[in-house]
Design a binder for this molecule. Structure first.
Ligand SMILES: Cc1ncc(COP(=O)(O)O)c(C=O)c1O
Length: 411
């Protein structure tokens, strides 16, 4: 169990493995540090600079920092005690030595890549990743002399066919959006390790409750903490976690690029993280029940959910994940008009483009992210007009099923 709390400031940095507790308990307590106020919750420290009482103290600080004996920082772009509390908790949940909090998921993706890519490196990106990640890697990195290959693993393409001698990094997203494809991470990391390639996995759709990429040999795991980790649709944040020596270059790059989080956001995130276990249990329950219900409904053409035996990656997902999350994608029998009518008839899910919060959200990808393209161009990208993405919240399962039934009945 957790070590007893002593007078001041022991780090309750435990891992699920070392403590024998479940991830749900770890979400409540893991990485918590006692504070000088005896407060149960961490104090929110919003100061940008740190004050030193005199030059002797300043000299002692810079000396300790030079020898890497202190976590203290002198300025908010390099760290903050409230942000550090969130980072310790995130590290504990991922089973990581260290974690770094950033301003957004995109800050986590871009800062990690810029920290880790050597000049003229080749990057492999899996297909189906978040479109802004695809834009950064596929459009911006080549402008700066990097080369990029998309690995279409979902169509059976072999990794060996896209690797090059100068491949430095593979960036994957597991599960993907909107089709929840689940890459086999053990196979990926075995192939990458053989060639000294860094593996980075964006596991936003899974959370550490459902998937812990580091245990499958991944080097760095990234999240848009805006989603399940925050869990309440009220913050933007990103995280990267892994071995301390792997996170450190990203931390140093963050101090230069400046995409830092804030104490207020970190406090909100820490509040959200403490209920991650119970929230994910309900997201998983709702996801499975809704996917099964939709698959049996005559108005539904196809359902994608890794917890369904019909999903192309069901076997890998069952081996690799302990739950399948709250996102369910499906196509309706009909076109944009019928699909829009269905979405408008829903009473519980809100029409909004995110996921992972307590409120269920629904999006129509053809309208939300791909409206500027023609129906044919959208289809070529795998986005038909009758596709719906449901990001189920933590509402009562039967209420959600009743709502879906009445909305489907009206199309
Ligand atoms: C899988 C994934 N990664 C990264 C991001 C970017 O995160 P943020 O919006 O926090 O910048 C998103 C956003 O939707 C996402 O879905």
């Amino acid at each position: 169990m957790f070590p007893a709390q002593t007078a001041c400031c022991p780090t309750l940095a435990v891992t699920a493995e070392s403590s024998g507790v479940s991830l749900s308990t770890l979400a409540v307590h893991g990485g918590r540090q006692a504070n000088p106020y005896g407060a149960v919750t961490a104090p929110v420290v919003s100061s940008a600079p740190t004050v030193f009482p005199n030059t002797t103290a300043l000299r002692a600080f810079v000396e300790a920092r030079r020898q890497q004996r202190t976590e203290q920082v002198e300025y908010g772009r390099y760290g903050n005690p409230t942000i550090r509390e969130a980072e310790r908790r995130l590290a504990a949940l991922e089973g990581a030595e260290d974690a770094l909090l950033l301003a957004s998921g995109m800050a986590a993706v871009t800062t990690t890549l810029l920290a880790w890519l050597p000049p003229a490196a080749h990057v492999v990106l899996t297909d189906g990743v978040y479109r802004r990640t695809r834009q950064f890697v596929g459009e911006l990195l080549p402008r700066w002399g990097f080369s990029v290959s998309i690995w279409r693993w979902g169509t059976g393409e072999r990794l060996a066919d896209v690797l090059r001698p100068e491949t430095a990094l593979i960036l994957a997203e597991v599960p993907t959006n909107p089709y929840l494809r689940v890459l086999d991470l053990a196979a990926l990391t075995a192939a990458a390790r053989e060639r000294g390639i860094l593996t980075v996995v964006d596991a936003t759709f899974a959370t550490p409750i459902n998937l812990r990429p580091l245990t499958w040999g991944v080097d760095l795991v990234i999240h848009s903490a805006t989603k399940y980790l925050g869990g309440h649709h009220d913050l933007l944040a990103g995280v990267v976690a892994g071995r301390r020596a792997w996170v450190q270059p990203v931390r140093e790059m963050l101090g230069v690029l400046g995409g830092v989080s804030s104490a207020a956001t970190a406090a909100l995130l820490t509040r959200g993280l403490r209920t991650l276990g119970v929230r994910m249990a309900q997201h998983n329950r709702n996801g499975q029940a809704v996917a099964e219900f939709l698959e049996g409904h005559p108005a539904v053409a196809q359902v994608w959910y890794p917890g369904l035996p019909s999903h192309p990656d069901h076997t890998v997902a069952r081996r690799q994940m302990s739950g399948f999350g709250g996102v369910v994608s499906f196509t309706l029998r009909g076109g944009l008009e019928e699909t829009s009518r269905f979405v408008d008839a829903l009473r519980i899910p809100l029409l909004a483009a995110s996921l992972g919060g307590v409120e269920s959200l629904v999006t129509l990808p053809a309208l939300a992210s791909y409206y500027n393209l023609s129906a044919e161009e959208r289809l070529a990208l795998g986005i038909p007009d009758n596709l719906v993405r449901l990001a189920l919240g933590v509402e009562d399962t039967n209420d959600l099923l009743d709502d879906l039934a009445q909305a489907l009945g009206g199309i």
